[in-house]
Ligand binder design. Structure first.
Ligand code: 5GP
Length: 183
């Protein structure tokens, strides 16, 4: 099973994804590549940070399962090779999710939204992005949510990390039961 978590910047996708991994040992998180610079708050583990040249040569070598340009930077998921029996979790933007849907029609796409726009703005500022970056992000947020709603199988409000991750885990559990091939 491929599970795709989408949602606008600042909605808390990363936090929810981490919580999902802690709570469900069957999930396996793919580590993306990006050409963006690491943020001051990042440790370097969040992505493989690469140059545009390296990224473009990986595209040419069909290395990516999906990739997209977002806010001027390239982001991509390497073709996943999860350990046997694990489900793949991707935390990506909406254009990449569209590519995943094309490659695998039964991918489970979950749109994470914030309870309000004010909260989104607060979260974006809190994580130390530059003002100009915060402003651009907010402008594109509405569009991302609309595109995400069209693509998503499920919409989950991130009002609380425990509750939202619990809701996603129940969705996945239901799907695992219904997709299980009888022996
Ligand atoms: P950020 O720069 O804030 O870490 O990420 C910007 C956006 O890129 C977020 O929506 C994030 O989910 C998305 N993203 C991260 N990795 C990937 C990836 O591998 N592919 C795609 N398409 N988007 C990604």
């Amino acid at each position: 099973m491929i599970v795709v978590l989408i949602g606008p910047g600042g909605v808390g996708k990363g936090t929810v994804a981490r919580r999902l991994l802690e709570r469900d040992g069957r999930l396996w998180l793919s580590r993306s590549w990006t050409t963006r610079e690491p943020r001051p708050t990042e440790t370097g583990e969040e992505y493989f940070f690469v140059t545009r040249e390296v990224f473009e040569s990986a595209i040419a070598n069909d290395f990516f399962y999906e990739w997209a340009q977002f806010q001027g930077n390239l982001y991509g998921t390497p073709v996943p090779h999860p350990p046997e029996g694990r489900d793949v979790l991707l935390e990506i933007e909406v254009e990449g999710a569209r590519q995943v849907r094309e490659r695998q029609s039964d991918a489970v796409i979950v749109l994470l939204t914030a309870p309000s726009m004010d909260q989104l703005e607060e979260r974006l500022r809190g994580r130390g992005d530059q003002e100009e970056h915060v402003r651009r992000r907010l402008e594109s947020t509405r569009g991302e949510i609309e595109a995400g709603r069209r693509l998503a199988d499920y919409v989950v409000v991130n009002d609380d990390v425990e509750r939202a991750s619990g809701e996603i885990l129940s969705i996945l559990e239901g799907l695992r039961q219904s997709r299980r091939v009888p022996s």
